[in-house]
Design a protein around this ligand. Structure first.
Ligand SMILES: [Cu+2]
Length: 634
C-alpha cells in the first residue's frame, strides 16, 4: 500500500515499551499517506500485539517488526478509521472505515473534557435549566463528559456523543463532586458541537457541605516508618525485563489496558504468555431519569492507561523502587510521556512459612516477599490502582485498589433505596466495579486444559460410610460455550489450568489454580441495555481458543457499542478448549453500596484474584529461602 520515505530504527525486542520516536514515526507515515490531516484526532494509538511465534523466535540483536495500530476520528465529518502501519517499512498495512452503528464508537478524547463544558456553557436551554436552580455563573459549573452507552434511541444512532452531568464548584480549591447539580442531563453531539437533547427533570437543592480534604487538622501521633534496603533491591530490571527470585517477565504498557505483562515464567518454566486487564465497567444502579444510563467502561471508552499517574517515591511507593515511564499518544497523535507511571519493587509480606517442631525442639521461620508491579489511573472521580504480585512460592495475585471520590447525586430523601446519603442532601448511588483479566495461559507450554473443581458434600452411604468425606467434583471444560462459568462460593469453586503433556513427580499434569473471590457478577437485568454491552461481566469465567485479534472482553470499539460484542461474540464459534492454546478471561469486582466512611474520599477497597501453583512444583519451592538473620529480628 502507501509508503513513506523514512522507515525508523526498530526496537531490539518486539515487546519493548513503545517510544516517543515510534509514535512520531507512525504519525508521520499516516500524514505522508494523506490519512492524518489537521482534522484528525487520535482515539487510540498503541503497538499492535506482535505475533506470538515472532516473539518467541526473536533473537537478540535482530530488529523486531513493529506495527502500530491507531483509531482515527475526523473531527469535521465524524468518520472513524482503524489503521495499522509498519514502522519497519513505513507502509500503511491496513486502513478501514469503522461503522459506528454496527461496530461502535471510538473512545472519548482528552479534548472532549474541555469541549463538553464549552458546549453546555454555550447552550441557552442548559443555561436556563441552571438559572432555574439559582446558578447564574457558568464559570463555576463543571461539566463531565460521560460515556453515553447505547439505548437504541433513534436520534442517537451513529452519533458521536456524551451525556453531561454538572457539578457546582464554588472556588478553584473545592472538589465539585460535593455539589452535584441534579435533575439535568445534557446530551451532547461531539461532532456538531451542540446539545441535541436536554433532560430537565426535578428541581433539587445543590448539596452545600464542602468536600475539601484539607480542612481537618492532622493528627501528630504517627511516628515515621522507614523501609530501608541497605544492599539495594533483589530485583533486576533490564529495559522492560524483570528478574526477581526465579521470576522472569516483561512489562508492557498500553494507553488502553495500562499494564500488560508478558512471558511470565518461574525458573524458566512458562506460566502465562500475556496478562492484562482487558476491560472494566462501572454500572450504576439508580433509575433516576438523569442517571439510569451511567456505566463507564474505563478501558474501552476512556483509555485508562492514558490517565496513569506519575508516581512519587515515598508517597505512592515505599522502599527501593524502580520506575518505568509510559509513552502514550495525545489527541493529535503526538507522544506524551508519563514519568514514573509504572512502579516495580519488592516488599516484605509477613510469614512465608513457620514451624516449631515439638519432637526436635527446632524452630524455623521464613519471611515471605513479593515483587510488586503497579500503576494508578485516575478516570474522573475514581482512582484505580492495578497491582500484580509475584510471591516467592510461585503464587501470582492481581489486586485492584479502588479509591478516590464516589460519584454523587442529590439525595432525594429518607429511605431512597438506590443511593446512600453521605453528607447532608448528598447521595452516592450504588454501583459495581467489574474488571476482566485476560490471561493468555501457557502453563508449561501452550497446550492447556481447564477443570472446574467444586467441593462436594456426599450423602452417607457406600462412598461415605462415616459421613466425614470431603468430596471434590472435577469437570473438564471442553468447549468455549460450556466454559462460560459462574463463581460458586458455597462450593468453593476454583478453576485448574493444567498442561496434559507435562507432569509432576507423580505423573499428574502440572497446573495453576485460579482462585476467584466469589463475588457477584453484573447485577443489571438480562433485558437491560447494559447486559448486552457488558456481556463479559455476566460470567465469572470464560475460556476461549487463542485468537490473536481477541484482546478486549467487550470488543474493540466499546464506546456506544451495540450489544453482543467481545466475549459473547468470540464464543459463538464454540471452539474446543481441551488441550488447546487457550485464553482464560476472569471477571471479578466489587458491588459498592457506599458507606458514610467513603466520603469525602474513599479508603482503598480491594478486589482481585489469585493464581496458585498446584502440582506445578514437586514440593514447597521455598525451602531454600534463608532465615532472616538475627540482627534483623531485634
Ligand atoms: Cu465504588
Amino acid at each position: 500500500m502507501q509508503t513513506s520515505e523514512a522507515p525508523v530504527d526498530t526496537a531490539a525486542h518486539p515487546l519493548d515499551l513503545l517510544t516517543e520516536q515510534e509514535i512520531s514515526a507512525a504519525r508521520a507515515i499516516l500524514v505522508a499517506a494523506g490519512i492524518v490531516t489537521d482534522d484528525t484526532r487520535f482515539g487510540y494509538l498503541g503497538r499492535a500485539e506482535p505475533d506470538k511465534t515472532a516473539v518467541r523466535e526473536h533473537q537478540a540483536g535482530v530488529a523486531a517488526q513493529r506495527v502500530i495500530r491507531a483509531f482515527l476520528i475526523d473531527a469535521v465529518s465524524g468518520e472513524l478509521r482503524d489503521v495499522r502501519v509498519s514502522l519497519d517499512t513505513g507502509e500503511v498495512l491496513s486502513d478501514r472505515v469503522i461503522d459506528p452503528v454496527r461496530e461502535g464508537q471510538l473512545p472519548i478524547l482528552d479534548q472532549d473534557f474541555v469541549r463538553a463544558e464549552e458546549i453546555v456553557h454555550a447552550d441557552p436551554e442548559w443555561l436556563a435549566a441552571m438559572a432555574r436552580r439559582g446558578l447564574t455563573d457558568p464559570s463555576k459549573i463543571r461539566a463531565c463528559p460521560l460515556s453515553a452507552g447505547n439505548y437504541g434511541y433513534e436520534d442517537e444512532l451513529g452519533r458521536r456523543m456524551v451525556r453531561v452531568l454538572s457539578f457546582y464548584q464554588p472556588d478553584d480549591q473545592s472538589p465539585p463532586w460535593a455539589h452535584p447539580i441534579d435533575g439535568v442531563a445534557a446530551y451532547v453531539d461531539l461532532v456538531a458541537g451542540r446539545v441535541f437533547r436536554l433532560i430537565d427533570d426535578e428541581l433539587m437543592p445543590v448539596p452545600e457541605e464542602s468536600g475539601r480534604l484539607d480542612e481537618v487538622a492532622h493528627r501528630t501521633t504517627l511516628k515515621p516508618i522507614e523501609i530501608t534496603q541497605p544492599e539495594g533491591s533483589s530485583l533486576e530490571l533490564s529495559g522492560n525485563q524483570v528478574s526477581w527470585q526465579n521470576w522472569q517477565l516483561r512489562v508492557g504498557f498500553d494507553a488502553r489496558e495500562g499494564l500488560t505483562l508478558h512471558q511470565i515464567s518461574y525458573d524458566d518454566r512458562s506460566i502465562i504468555y500475556r496478562a492484562a486487564i482487558s476491560e472494566m465497567v462501572i454500572p450504576y444502579g439508580d433509575p433516576s431519569p438523569v442517571r439510569f444510563w451511567q456505566n463507564y467502561f474505563d478501558s474501552g471508552e476512556y483509555l485508562l492507561g492514558k490517565f496513569a499517574n506519575s508516581l512519587e517515591l515515598g508517597c505512592d511507593c515505599l522502599g527501593e523502587i524502580s520506575y518505568l515511564d509510559a509513552v502514550v499518544a495525545d489527541d493529535f497523535g503526538n507522544p506524551r510521556t508519563i514519568k514514573n507511571a509504572i512502579c516495580i519493587h519488592e516488599e516484605d509480606f509477613g510469614i512465608l512459612w513457620k514451624h516449631h517442631e515439638i519432637f526436635t525442639g527446632r524452630s524455623d521461620t521464613r519471611r515471605q516477599r513479593r515483587l510488586v508491579i503497579s500503576f494508578f489511573s485516575t478516570v474522573g472521580n475514581y482512582d484505580y490502582g492495578f497491582y500484580w504480585y509475584f510471591y516467592l512460592d510461585g503464587t501470582i495475585e492481581m489486586e485492584v485498589k479502588a479509591t478516590g471520590v464516589v460519584f454523587t447525586s442529590a439525595y432525594p430523601g429518607d429511605g431512597y433505596p438506590y443511593a446512600t446519603q453521605v453528607a447532608p442532601g448528598l447521595g452516592a448511588p450504588s454501583h459495581q466495579h467489574l474488571f476482566n483479566a485476560r490471561l493468555d495461559m501457557a502453563v508449561a507450554g501452550d497446550r492447556n486444559t481447564v477443570d472446574e473443581i467444586d467441593i462436594e458434600r456426599l450423602p452417607m452411604g457406600k462412598d461415605n460410610p462415616y459421613g466425614n468425606v470431603i468430596g471434590r467434583r472435577i469437570t473438564r471444560l471442553t468447549n468455549e460455550r460450556d466454559a462460560m462459568r459462574d463463581a460458586a462460593a458455597d462450593r468453593g469453586r476454583v478453576w485448574r489450568i493444567g498442561n496434559p503433556d507435562v507432569v509432576n513427580r507423580f505423573g499428574e499434569p502440572v497446573a495453576y489454580v485460579l482462585f476467584p473471590q466469589q463475588q457477584p457478577t453484573l447485577i443489571a437485568d438480562s433485558a437491560s441495555a447494559l447486559h448486552g454491552r457488558a456481556g463479559f461481566a455476566t460470567r465469572s469465567l470464560w475460556v476461549t481458543r487463542y485468537a490473536p485479534n481477541e484482546l478486549y472482553a467487550a470488543g474493540d470499539f466499546v464506546n456506544q457499542s451495540p450489544p453482543g460484542k467481545g466475549l459473547p461474540e468470540y464464543v459463538q464459534r464454540d471452539a474446543g478448549v481441551d488441550g488447546e492454546d487457550i485464553v482464560v478471561w476472569h471477571t471479578f469486582g466489587l458491588t459498592h453500596f457506599p458507606r458514610l466512611e467513603d466520603w469525602p474520599v474513599m479508603p482503598v477497597d480491594r478486589c482481585g484474584f489469585t493464581l496458585k501453583p498446584y502440582g506445578f512444583f514437586d514440593r514447597n519451592p521455598t525451602l531454600d529461602v534463608p532465615p532472616t538473620t538475627a540482627d534483623h529480628c531485634h
